[in-house]
Design a binder for this molecule. Structure first.
Ligand code: AR6
Length: 183
């Protein structure tokens, strides 16, 4: 279900409520942990849908630092690639969590640009078992992507793929601060 779609320069940004594993885009972003060896939440769903080949490729990556991201193939997913981003665990906002979360979104867009990928879908990184406040996370997600797109002209479709209506509404409200509405 699409809640909001905005045109920002050459890019279309939208907030939807969906299961990210069903999206046919160039890349979906995973909310991973630093081992990159799977887990629960969206990470578990992505690994289940992609099949065991995804875990085999992830083993070769030797983990990932918080705030960074690494790319793999999508295997049995409709998406061609998975960008595994490691969000921060919320510790009350005193451990650089805002900057680390922003870095996940920025690195996601940078990896798309570097690999010639035009469409990407992000989940609400860190807002599940990592307990980042969802309103604060949505504001960081949308603002960081909007800013990063100015340096990534090849990325023309960005989806904020939320798992609940409440999360979708938060992202739609943030998107309303940028660009103009589109169909
Ligand atoms: N599609 C879209 N969004 C989803 C899906 C889905 N299929 N499933 C869950 N979400 P979480 P985190 C939403 O906990 O907080 C894992 O074990 C969910 O509702 O998946 O970054 C990793 O291995 C929430 O809004 O990720 C790490 O150890 C958002 O995705 C740890 O959890 C993120 O929730 C990462 O925690």
């Amino acid at each position: 279900m699409t809640l909001s779609a905005r045109q920002i320069g050459k890019a279309r940004l939208e907030a939807i409520v969906a299961d990210i594993t069903t999206l046919r885009v160039d890349a979906i972003v995973n909310a991973a942990n630093s081992s990159l060896l799977g887990g629960g939440g969206v990470d578990g769903a992505i690994h289940r849908a992609a099949g065991p080949e995804l875990l085999a490729e992830c083993r070769t990556l030797k983990g990932c630092k918080t705030g960074d991201a690494k790319i793999t193939k999508g295997y049995r997913l409709p998406a061609r690639h998975v960008i595994h981003a490691v969000g921060p665990i919320w510790h009350g906002g005193t451990q650089n969590e805002d900057a680390l979360l922003a870095s996940c979104y920025r690195r996601g867009i940078e990896l798309c640009q570097a690999h010639g990928l035009g469409s990407v879908a992000f989940p609400a990184i860190s807002t599940g078992v990592y307990h980042f406040p969802p309103d604060r996370a949505a504001a960081i997600a949308v603002k960081t992507v909007v800013d990063a797109l100015t340096a990534a002209s090849g990325v023309t479709h960005v989806t904020f793929c939320c798992f609940s209506a409440a999360s979708g509404q938060l992202h739609a409200a943030e998107l309303a601060n940028f660009g103009s509405p589109c169909a």
